[in-house]
Design a protein around this ligand. Structure first.
Ligand code: ADP
Ligand code: MG
Ligand code: MG
Length: 883
């Protein structure tokens, strides 16, 4: 087996398409090397080796050692140095690299190969002892944390104490001797903590580091990250072992990260940050505030510190050329890591850059205009779920802002919430339905749960590429970083800003687009849906086959959905029409009536109210199809529950509390979800259906007269399991339709169909289709009834199931293709056998879930229907499914 692939010196054994085998980092290092870019030579150990390692009690395949040894000799030749060589030592970085990018989740060790002997040689070779000791202390710290499992903090403490003792503010101020002393303290601490000395043998260092990177695949934050991003656990990580280049070799050396376009706005401008005389993750860690790469962005930020463009013009020019080349090569915006060693540029990483939804839109549209990609590619590149971000509100510019601090606009959108200082508090608050802003000095990968739970994130340290910024952009959560004028007093639970001291629980608003932090709640504006967004949507609409409807119960919903591009209503639930205002009293009169006559009298009062509701909906929809579901929930949902409620309602109705209580008890059901609801109600009380049907048809007549547009109602009968149920209800509806049309002297095109939400209905679809003119898959109930899991109780154990690997996702969020999906497939096939032109759609929550939408496309449904805010997501996902 080939476990090792080499790269460097203008050639490589792997390439960009080998992501599965080499991980993203390894595959792209190989690609860059083949392109002839300056990449330090190295080797990649495959993800298969990681899988082997995990299957064999954390041991290595035999051939691996030999293959690594041979590849290492190649690196030695290319660099003219020897690994462990006491005169010209080769130092290595050992870097993780998974198939899917998991920024900051796994571990890297730099400067490996240093020991008490080689550190001297390194200093001698470079003519810079300070640099050598700085590298050695970094190595002990990283190796100590990643391989030996020591806490990062213990090293930080030693360093902070030393700096305080010596009167230094920045790491860069320490001299060679001072670093040498820190190194001694580090080694003593390691020996004290672990009872063994820091390993001096480079070979042992290397293999332990490789094992540690393999194991970091299973560390808790990597596991959590994979869960949140649906990355399978069995993929494993590759390991990249690469010759070191040094950004800490004095003031003509530097290290940095950059994007080929602005990841927040999408502007076509090189964008990035760097630090002089620094190494590795100093930039991301927020230890010193990084400097801008280009002069333009330095000016824009108003920073005094020179840009890379000014400071190292030659290296900058090389870098810009490489950026252009890589972007054209990958035909996508790249996220790059680089190091400059004494004026010479080295490329350390490239990958497709993460970006905000707004930037993704702009970049896709620009790249189509630049002729780099096609419209279909542009549409396919936008993550539908990310549109959520564009639909975020922004702060109304007309209102006065009480600014209490400001930082960097790290992730767009505005958010309001109570201050919390810990991720635990954020998670707890979310569980209680409270909105919070997570306020931290800086975030670390341990915080992802809390970040996920928060409405917004505010940090007082760190730049645009800090952990908080990267993760928030990825999650689509508004974020402000590096609000240096604010202070977190963690100990006393205070956030101190301009003229204010705020406590935990106080409300603030952050504006992730300007970087401002505001006191209290602030009026917001709804987002603008034109420009790049409008173009992408236009291209998506041209590409998709399925129509997108909305689930809308109210005129507001219907209007919002139309503005988002809905092409009809796929589900109008009528129950809310019985709850509003005074209607609930009439509804209760109806339910509590002892006789049919009594019921009809109450229904006569409800009729005009329903008719005006439907008239309004039909008018808003301008002739687009509107599917109305007949009353579905069990009747006791409309009745009071507690004793006090019962007493109040009884008094209002002029009834004895006792007899009301008896009626309520009589309607009690042990399992209402499977009880007297849906078409079962219509069969027991046909007068309810008749009232609703009359309201619908009279409204259709009224709306048609008002607007001059044809109205085509689709009446949907819920919870049908038996063909005869539908026959019975349809009979009533058809009779009323005939009567209303005769009265009005107008013909109306209407359909009667059913929801498929019981397994029996799916199996008997060929027979039910003889009566039903359309099917709409009610996948919420169909998932409940197929799994036999109550949706309202599922949260208690679904997460346990996911954690224990019993299922891999919540079937109420993303359709269970194998089970529920199979029933849908069967019902669609059998229904169309009877009625080939039958309209088929989906109206459960899944209608707005991109992977479920792909499934709907694959089985040929005609439309999906989802909540108004998900309509753009569904339009895009439907297009991607069709492309
Ligand atoms: P991550 O996946 O967390 O970004 P990397 O493997 O990219 O981890 O390493 C982080 C940083 O370490 C890089 O951005 C780079 O600055 C530094 N680094 C890695 N390999 C080398 C190397 N061969 N020479 C110099 N610096 C390196
Ligand atoms: Mg890392
Ligand atoms: Mg990296």
């Amino acid at each position: 087996v080939k476990w090792v692939y080499t790269f460097g010196n203008g050639k490589a054994e792997g390439r960009a398409s080998d992501v599965e085998l080499l991980g993203g980092k390894g595959a792209n290092l190989a690609e860059m090397a083949s392109l002839g870019l300056p990449v330090p030579p190295g080797l990649t150990i495959t993800t298969e080796a990681c899988a082997w390692f995990n299957r064999h009690q954390r041991s290595f395949p035999d051939a691996l050692r030999a293959q690594v040894g041979e590849a290492l000799r190649g690196i030695e030749e290319a660099t003219g140095r020897g690994f462990g060589d006491p005169r010209h030592p080769l130092l290595l970085s050992v870097r993780s690299g998974a198939r899917a990018s998991m920024p900051g989740m796994m571990d890297t060790v730099l400067n490996l190969g240093l020991n008490d002997e080689t550190v001297q040689a390194l200093g001698h070779d470079a003519g810079d002892a300070r640099f050598a000791w700085d590298s050695y202390r970094r190595f002990i710290q990283m190796y100590g944390a990643v391989v030996m499992g020591l806490d990062h903090e213990v090293f930080e403490e030693i360093l902070e104490d030393e700096k305080a003792r010596l009167g230094h503010e920045y790491d860069t101020e320490l001299s060679a001797v001072e670093w040498q002393h820190v190194t001694r303290l580090y080694k003593e601490m390691v020996a004290d903590e672990l009872g063994e000395p820091f390993p001096q043998d480079p070979g042992i260092q290397l293999w332990k580091a490789i094992a540690a990177v393999f194991q970091s695949w299973m560390n808790p934050r990597a596991v959590t990250y994979r869960m949140l991003h649906n990355i399978p656990a069995d993929w494993g990580t590759a390991v990249n072992v690469q010759a070191m280049v040094f950004g800490n070799m004095g003031n003509n050396s530097a290290t940095g990260v950059a994007f080929t376009r602005n990841p927040s706005t999408g502007e076509k401008e090189l964008y990035g940050e760097f630090l002089v005389n620094a190494q590795g993750e100093d930039v991301v860690a927020g230890i010193r505030t990084p400097q801008s790469i280009t002069e333009a962005s330095r000016l824009a930020s108003g920073s005094e510190k020179p840009s890379l463009e000014k400071l190292m013009p030659e290296a900058f020019a090389d870098f810009r050329t490489i950026c252009d080349r890589l972007e054209a090569h990958y035909r996508d915006m790249q996220d790059l890591e680089f190091t400059i060693e004494r004026g010479k540029l080295w490329m350390l990483q490239t990958r497709s850059g993460k970006r905000t939804a707004k930037a993704a839109m702009k970049i896709a549209v620009d790249m189509v205009e630049e002729g780099l990609i096609t419209r279909a590619e542009a549409v396919s590149r936008i993550d539908p779920a990310s549109l959520d971000q564009l639909l975020h509100p922004t702060i109304d510019p007309r209102v006065e802002r009480q600014v209490i601090g400001s930082g960097l606009p790290a992730s767009p959108g505005a958010a309001t919430g109570e201050i919390v200082f810990t991720s635990e508090d954020a998670v707890a608050a979310e569980a209680e339905g409270r909105k919070v802003i997570l306020v931290r000095m800086e975030t670390s990968p341990e915080d992802i749960h809390g970040m996920h739970a928060a409405e917004g994130i505010l940090t007082t340290r760190g730049g645009m590429t800090s952990h908080a910024a990267v993760v928030a952009r990825g999650m689509g959560i508004p974020c402000v970083t590096g609000a240096g004028s604010m202070r977190v007093d963690f100990h006393n639970g205070l956030l101190i800003g301009l003229g204010v001291k705020l406590k935990r629980g106080d409300v603030i608003t952050i504006d992730g687009s300007s970087g401002q932090v505001l006191k209290g709640e602030v009026p917001m504006l709804q987002p603008e849906l034109s420009g790049d967004f409008g173009l992408i949507m236009e291209w998506a609409d041209a590409a998709r086959r399925m129509t997108v409807r909305t689930n809308a119960d109210t005129p507001q919903d219907a209007r919002a959905a139309r503005s988002f591009g809905a092409e009809g209503i796929g589900l109008c639930r009528t129950e809310h029409m019985f709850f509003e205002g005074d209607r609930i009293h009439v509804m209760r009169d109806m339910i509590l009536a002892e006789t049919e006559a009594g019921r009809r009298a109450a229904l006569d009062k409800l009729l005009p109210m329903q008719r005006s509701d439907f008239t309004e909906l039909f008018s808003i929809m301008h002739g687009q199809p509107v599917t109305i579901r007949l009353l579905d929930p069990p009747l006791h949902e409309f009745l009071p529950k507690s004793d006090t409620e019962i007493a109040e309602v009884a008094a209002a109705m002029g009834m004895e509390a006792q007899s009301l209580r008896e009626r309520v008890d009589a309607l009690h059901e042990f399992n209402p979800m499977l009880g007297h609801r849906g078409c079962r109600l219509a069969i027991s009380h046909p007068e309810i259906v008749e009232m609703q049907a009359r309201a619908i048809f009279e409204a259709a007549v009224a709306a048609a007269r008002q607007t001059g547009e044809l109205v085509s109602p689709e009446i949907m009968v819920p919870l049908v399991g038996l063909r005869a149920e539908l026959d019975y209800v349809k009979g009533r509806i058809d009779a009323i339709a005939r009567a209303v049309m005769d009265e009005a002297g107008m013909e109306i095109d209407y359909l009667v169909g059913t929801m498929i939400e019981l397994p029996r209905a799916a199996l008997r679809a060929h027979s039910i289709a003889e009566a039903a003119e359309f099917f709409s898959f009610g996948t919420n109930d169909l998932t409940q009834t197929t799994f036999g899991i109550s949706r309202d109780d599922a949260s208690n154990f679904i997460n346990t199931y996911i954690r224990k690997g019993i299922i891999d996702h919540d079937p109420f969020i993303s359709l269970d293709f194998d089970g529920v999906g199979e029933l849908i497939r069967i019902a669609a096939q059998r229904g169309r056998l009877t009625r080939p032109e039958m309209k088929l759609g989906i109206c459960g929550e899944h209608g707005g879930d991109p992977t479920s939408i792909h499934f709907c496309e694959s089985i040929g449904l005609d439309y999906v229907s989802c909540s108004p805010f998900r309509v753009p997501i569904a339009r895009l996902a439907a297009a991607q499914a069709a492309i």
